[in-house]
Design a protein around this ligand. Structure first.
Ligand code: BES
Ligand code: ZN
Length: 624
């Protein structure tokens, strides 16, 4: 009898516990207890569960004014702490008090900004912060009409990752804290607005837009774009937003998007964000793409005209699982976002365009990894997957290590377990951790328990996660097509003229491999011959153009001044495009080949076309 009672009470207790767990994964955000060195928030004390924004976008002054209302859950503390950087706080009100409360600012940290400490009571349910955002807020790209494709209207976009959301919203800015959000955004009539939320497909007549994100997301995934852009559908749950002169090209370029979503779902489970749309931003956007939920933000340089760079879309889409569903707990765990996503991206590309194609992409990635390890030093701690970014800007840890070493680690696991088992493992990983954050230690123990031990796999996980350089068991990718490219490089060097090279069927990736494999001291005549034949320096394919420009710049010797000949094109590119991945290697090449002053001059003349993310990196590189 007694046993029955105990059994029944255990049963009832576990049912309740289960129920709570379920509701916490879908409604109540998972609270991070391990601390995040890049946020002042103390979610174990008071945590945001929902955020309501009401913001006015003032294009004349390039400022934002409005309120952020936090719905909070108080675990028994008297202070609610949010992150801010550069924000002007005008008033703070609680729902359980008639008077406004006086918040305290913590000490200013050059990287993190300031904690805003708001006194609350056990009964406080909402905290309303009235504030304004100065025009130099680091997250914001305010563009003049001339900096857009249409040249007639201004544009604004935000970039939150890694810790920039606090520069335009007072918020608990840690990837381990998730909340739902809604927003009312006021823009000049005639302009369109879109967010990482449910989006309009038509413009409003009064310039007021309402958005809702009803799944909990971390602060770095809140995003907004305002400008003269239209929507164009691709499939039933996919489409593109772009400025009128770009929208048709974008629709053509991304024709495979609906198929990509289907493939991704087939691999790792249902797409849980309803729609998947992409917005093409003006060229100053500092990244190739940013995986804002429901609405990827993308650079116009992805539009090559022949769909050859769409792996970028596969990448951002893959983040809908790795990153947006299961999120790195802190920026030290960044590889859990990017390594998984790079692996997943490659699987989508393989399913869509075949293994040969995917292997070329993976090999280019491996080359990037080798180069990054060389640059950082084989023994550098920054070549570990698990990083230690405390006291540093998380941006410092955001290089190919997380992406490529992370992806090759997963390839290694796939190789050991076999594809079928590994895919099932990943599907279950996403399903069982959806809308939660994950630390490296958490993943490693999940991996051991659910894949390595049951299958008796012997993998040196530690060497991958906490060791430096490229582990000895890193899978080797072979590509016949790249072997052929290397043979063509040899023929060319021996004297075959460019026009006689067998390159007719080449894809963008073979061209990239070709340019990367040209000797660093190719003479001017040969460079001219290549360019005259293949028009690299006028290529509409940004990857090819940049690879060629870098080679030309690095290859400046007394008897080779080819870079001087194509400097107008290089300078034109540097003035127009703000994508950091392109700017950095070109400016660095200039600096390292005796052209620092020229680089400084071009940078100073172009920097108003770059977002703060690119500006900060370049200003450090060039010392201006
Ligand atoms: N999430 C990243 C962009 C990012 C990383 C923003 C770190 C801020 C800090 C995005 O998914 C990404 O990786 N973009 C790449 C393209 C991709 C195809 C590798 C980029 O921008 O080049
Ligand atoms: Zn990514």
């Amino acid at each position: 009898m007694k046993y029955y009672l105990i059994l029944i009470s255990i049963l009832i207790f576990s049912l309740i516990a289960c129920k709570q767990e379920n509701s916490s994964s879908s409604q109540r955000p998972a609270v991070l207890t391990a601390s995040d060195a890049h946020s002042f928030a103390r979610p174990e004390e008071v945590v945001t569960t929902h955020l309501t924004l009401d913001l006015n976008m003032n294009f004349d002054s390039k400022t934002i004014t409005g309120t952020a209302v936090h719905t909070i859950q108080n675990h028994g503390a008297d202070t609610f702490i949010v992150d801010t950087k550069g924000l002007m706080i005008e008033e703070v009100r609680l729902d359980d008090s008639d008077k406004s409360v006086t918040p305290l600012f913590g000490e200013e940290d050059a990287i993190l900004g300031r904690a805003l400490k708001i006194p609350v009571s056990r009964k406080t349910k909402t905290v309303a912060i009235k504030y304004s955002v100065p025009r130099d807020a680091a997250a914001l790209g305010w563009l003049e009409p001339v900096q857009t494709a249409g040249k007639t209207s201004p544009f604004l976009y935000t970039q939150g990752q890694a810790i920039l959301t606090r520069t335009w919203i007072p918020v608990q800015d840690s990837p381990g804290i998730r909340f739902t959000y809604e927003a009312t955004i006021h823009v000049p009539p005639g302009l369109m607005a879109a967010m990482s939320a449910t989006n309009p497909q038509q413009r409003s007549s009064d310039g007021v837009y309402r958005f809702k994100m009803d799944r909990p997301v971390p602060a770095y995934l809140i995003a907004l774009a305002v400008g003269d852009f239209d929507f164009s559908p691709i499939g039933k749950r996919t489409g593109v937003y772009a400025e009128p002169p770009v929208v048709e090209k974008a629709t053509y370029e991304f024709a495979d998007m609906e198929k990509m979503v289907e493939i991704a779902e087939g691999l790792y489970g249902p797409y849980l964000w309803d729609r998947y749309d992409v917005i093409i931003l003006p060229p100053s956007f500092p990244f190739g793409g940013m995986e804002n939920p429901k609405l990827t933000f993308a650079t116009p340089t992805v539009i090559a005209g022949d769909r050859s760079l769409v792996s970028l879309i596969a990448h951002e889409l893959a983040h809908s699982w790795s990153g947006n569903l299961v999120t790195n707990a802190t920026w030290n765990d960044f590889w859990l976002n990017e390594g998984f996503t790079t692996y997943f991206e490659n699987r989508i590309m393989e399913a869509l365009y075949g293994k040969e194609y995917a292997d070329m992409l993976a090999l280019l990635g491996y080359q990037d990894l080798q180069k990054t390890v060389e640059d950082l030093g084989k023994g550098s701690d920054d070549t570990h997957l698990l990083l230690d970014l405390g006291g540093r800007d998380p941006d410092d840890g955001m290089n190919s290590i997380a992406y490529e070493k992370g992806a090759f680690f997963l390839k290694r696991l796939e190789q050991a377990a076999g594809r079928e088992k590994f895919d099932a493992f990943l599907r279950e990983y996403f399903e069982s951790h959806k809308f939660q954050s994950m630390s490296t230690a958490g993943f490693v123990s999940y991996l051991k328990e659910n894949l390595l031990e049951p299958n008796k796999l012997d993998i040196n996980v530690d060497a991958w996660v906490s060791g430096s350089g490229i582990p000895a068991d890193c899978p080797v990718i072979e590509s016949d097509r790249f072997v052929k490219v290397e043979a063509v490089v040899k023929t060319f060097i021996k004297g075959t003229p460019a026009a006689d090279l067998p390159v007719r069927e080449w894809t963008t990736h073979e061209w990239l491999h070709f340019i990367r494999h040209l000797p660093k001291d190719l003479n001017q005549r040969k460079m001219e011959n290549l360019d005259a034949t293949f028009s690299f320096s006028r290529s509409g394919n940004s990857e090819i153009a940049v690879a060629w420009y870098e080679l030309a710049i690095r290859n400046t010797t007394p008897d080779n001044n080819y870079a001087v000949a194509i400097m107008p094109q290089i300078e034109g590119f540097l003035t127009q495009v703000g994508r950091r991945k392109y700017l950095l290697p070109l400016y660095r090449a200039m600096k390292e080949s005796g052209r620092l002053e020229e680089a400084q001059r071009i940078f100073l003349a172009s920097r108003q076309n770059y977002h703060s993310v690119s500006n900060n990196t370049l200003s450090e590189l060039l010392g201006v």
